[in-house]
Design a binder for this molecule. Sequence first.
Ligand SMILES: [Zn+2]
Length: 287
Amino acid sequence: MGQQDKGVPPNFYKGTSSSIATWLHKNSEDYAQAIKRITAYMNRAAGNLSDADTKRLEDAKVKLKKLYQREAAVKVQQWGRRNEYDVSFLKMLVHAIVDIVPGAKDIPLTVEFRERGLTAEGGHFLGKHEWDQLKDHHTIVLDKKQALKHIADTVAHEIGHAVQYRNKQLSRGPSPTGEHGWIWEGRWFPMTTELKHDDRPWEVDARRYEAYGAQALKVLQDQGLVPQSSGDKMQEQWKAKGLIPKNPVTMGDLDGLPDDQVMQIIKGLKGGTMTETEAWEIINAAK
Ligand SMILES: [Zn+2]
């Protein structure tokens, strides 16, 4: 790469170390290529770089290395069809959460977004965390069909559990009599504890972490990095085509109407044999 780096925006290398690192991380094939681009620029500009310029570009290299290290520690995957968000955005979200949760930075972690969260027993979960102690690796599995706000909360909550295990606040182990259970801050709880799931002290503690999810989401929103959901896009298209009425009939509007009229309206609206205006006429006449 002896020539000008044509891939970068104008005056790119005059930016801050963070902006240079972030952009190269996003737009390079790998760490080696990203570093090469900075180095090639520094070689070309050698005679014209002030000490401050050199320092800024060296800082960018350090930041770049950290970004790639973080990426190596945290893997994000998505499974199944009908993805509301693409994996590059989910990655950004998970990284943003890892960045602000105290103690989360160096956790070897995989976050999997799955079609739905089903347990072996046929139960349903929104998120769960597992720690493979032999491999020293944490895996978080999430139901990907949640509103974005809940995805962020759930990721942060489950990362909270990973931190609890790593801090040795929480562990699994037997009681003095050999019965299996959890140990939370030195106190032993049997697997068969009568405490409800949400009342267990490590769950109370994990809920504290959910605020970091909201905070990370806000950071991305403020930077304009949160994409529109497919539901939002569809609403917009419908509105543009005039398919969304100004005053749509909702179930609440049908409260107090006789059952046969409720059925007539629901069937009519769903089947397209009745307009919203006609439905409103029936509702208003009945009230
Ligand atoms: Zn939990």
